[in-house]
Every structure is written in C-alpha cells, then in structure tokens.
Write a protein that binds this ligand. Structure first.
Ligand code: NDP
Length: 309
C-alpha cells in the first residue's frame, strides 16, 4: 500500500513528512522517481500532466491537495470511474472569509484612497458608507461561499447568494438559475466569486454579467481566474461602471509581466493567498480515504465528477 505525493516541493516536503508520521504502515514516495509504480494506490496532486496516471496500474484514488479540482479533472487520462477527493478544511474557509472581508472593508472604508493620499501628503476626509447600505452578493454558497456569506451577514452587510440549489442560510437571500443570477447582480454592490471552475462557470463574469451590476459595484474574486474575462472587467472599470476589483486568482499565475493587473490603479492583485489548506488535514484525509477505498467504504469529500466540483 503506497501513496505518491505529486506536488510542488514546497507542499510535497511537509505533506510527505506528515503522511509518514501519521501512517507508518503506508509507504509514501515524494516524487515519481523513486516510486514503485505497481504499489501506488493513491496520488496526492494539484494537477496531472498527460502520461502520469497510466503509469500506476493499481491506482484506486486521486486526492486533490486543494479545495478546487479543476486542474485535476482536466487531466486527459483521468479514467471516468477514478474516484477523486478534495480538501474541505474549515480553517481554510475561515481564512478565505477573513481575506474577502478585509478586501471588502478596504473598499468600503476607502483605505486604498487614503494610502494614495498619504503618499501625496494629502489630508482629506471622505464620508464613509454605512455597511447596511452596501449589498453583498456571493457567487457559490458551498463550503467557502457559505462561510463568506455568514461572516458578511454577521457584521451587518445585507447578503445574498447564488448557487445551483437554494441554501436557506440564515440572513442570506437565496438566488438560483440564470434569472436568479441577473436579479442578484442588479442588487449587488460587492460581488464575491467563490465558485468552482467548471464548463458552466468558465468565463461567466464577462461584460454581459458584470454590466448587470449597479454603477460603482466592486468585484472580489477568490474562485479561479478563468471565471473573469479580464479585458471586460478592466474595460468596465475604465468606463466607470465598476469601481474596481480585488483579484486573488488569475487565469495565468503569475500574470504576464505586461498584464495590466500589475499596475491598474483600481485593481488589488494578490498571489492566490486567500488561504491555504492545512497540510495536516491534506495528509489525514488522504490516509483516511485510502483506507476507506480499500475497505469499500464511502469516501470523504468525494468530487461529483459529473458536476465537475
Ligand atoms: P463547493 O463545492 O463546496 O461549493 C461550490 C458552490 O458553487 C456550491 O454552492 C455550488 O452550488 C456552486 N455552483 C457550482 N456550479 C454552479 C453553477 N453552475 N451555478 C451556480 N452555482 C454553482 O466548493 P468550495 O466552496 O469548497 O470551493 C469553491 C472554490 O474556491 C474552489 O473550487 C476553488 O476554485 C476556490 N478556492 C480558492 C482558494 C484561494 O486561495 N483563492 C482556496 C480554495 C478554494 P450547489 O451548492 O447548489 O451545488
């Protein structure tokens, strides 16, 4: 019984050590070189290049080291019936909600404006906006989005959320479907994207959808960069329809050197740091799921391959 850790070394080294410590009965290989292919039953990965998976004939399970599985599901040789699991980490959900809240309050309290004023030696007060008048719309009310919505509601923002199925969260107005999306966008001052990347959500934040937001609305994207058509977003900001955006994720990471997000005065760009999962949890969930797969028991946090998340 063996697990192959197929991750960049900054994650692979600590996760390999944690796996070995937690399950001395399981062989753990860091990287493909030393592994005995016939013994590998589980792979922990973030993405998988073509040709990796077919090398492991006894593979039972692919464990994503993250909450998002878009890169893994895009592997062309991932067998249709291969179970894929993902990380569900309450600590990460809280961390992402804190990050989103920080960006929202930075926007509503105009902290970016004051930072610019300070650099110019300018003492000028702006009248702040009451949170109760600043409507938040959360795209995706899953593990992360529901925590984001809960935190916004807890401090007094009016909150709505959009998901495939209604969620009935306390203090959060439910929207579903295309009509629901348009209706929510029309009454959203801060739009937060916590969606998974699927064929249905790829590129959905384009000129058409973003134009439905009221004048001056602000976007916070912690989902995936591909959700946003960046050229449309920047055009709507430059035209004055949107007031700006905080982007933590990008279609290409890092963005190219000449990508306008680096220098645009109304974009806050961060390097995909909203929150990492706990490596202890990544190791524990993989070990538990390998044992469950061997015993034929239901897996924890199994991805719905049909839905794509
Ligand atoms: P979940 O699977 O728990 O939730 C996804 C939510 O999106 C669900 O509410 C789902 O609806 C909704 N949804 C999916 N497709 C659609 C659609 N077509 N229309 C409407 N709603 C839809 O995912 P998580 O909350 O755990 O993670 C979300 C994403 O966050 C990840 O996939 C990843 O891309 C991103 N992420 C970013 C991080 C960062 O550091 N920036 C860190 C971790 C994750 P329903 O509930 O009805 O199924």
């Amino acid at each position: 019984m063996a697990i192959l850790v197929h991750l960049p070394s900054f994650m692979a080294v600590p996760i390999t050590a944690l796996l070995r410590e937690a399950a001395p009965d399981i062989t753990v290989w860091n990287g493909r070189e030393a592994a005995v292919p016939e013994e590998v039953e589980a792979i922990i990965a973030w993405g998988l290049k073509p040709g990796v998976l077919p090398a492991y004939p006894k593979l039972r399970l692919v464990c994503a080291a993250t909450a998002g599985v878009d890169k893994l599901l895009a592997a062309p040789d991932l067998p249709q019936d291969m179970p894929v699991t993902r990380i569900v980490d309450p600590g990460q959900q809280t961390g992402i909600a804190h990050f989103v809240l920080a960006m929202a309050l930075r926007h509503t309290r105009e902290l970016g404006v004051y930072a610019g004023q300070q650099r110019r030696g300018e003492w000028k007060r702006h009248r702040g906006r009451a949170l109760s008048g600043c409507r938040v719309g959360v795209l995706g009310l899953g593990e992360i989005g529901s925590e984001v919505a809960r935190m916004f509601a807890a401090i007094g923002f009016p909150v709505a959320g959009w998901s495939r199925s209604p969620k009935h969260l306390p203090g959060v107005a439910d929207f579903t479907g295309e009509d629901g999306l348009d209706a929510m966008l029309a009454q959203t001052d801060i739009l937060v994207c916590t969606l998974p990347l699927t064929p249905q959500t790829d590129g959905m934040l384009d000129r058409r959808t973003l134009s439905r937001l009221p004048q001056g609305a602000y976007l916070i994207n912690v989902g995936r960069g591909e959700h946003v058509v960046e050229a449309d977003l920047l055009a709507l900001i430059d035209e004055g329809h949107l007031s700006g955006a905080a982007l933590d994720v990008f279609a290409k990471e890092p963005p190219a050197a000449d990508d306008p997000v680096w220098t645009h005065p109304r974009i806050e760009a961060t390097p995909h740091i909203a929150a990492d999962p706990s490596y202890e949890l990544v190791a524990q969930q993989c070990i538990e799921n390998l044992r469950r797969a061997r015993d034929g028991r239901p897996l924890l946090n199994q991805v719905d391959r049909q839905a794509g998340y």
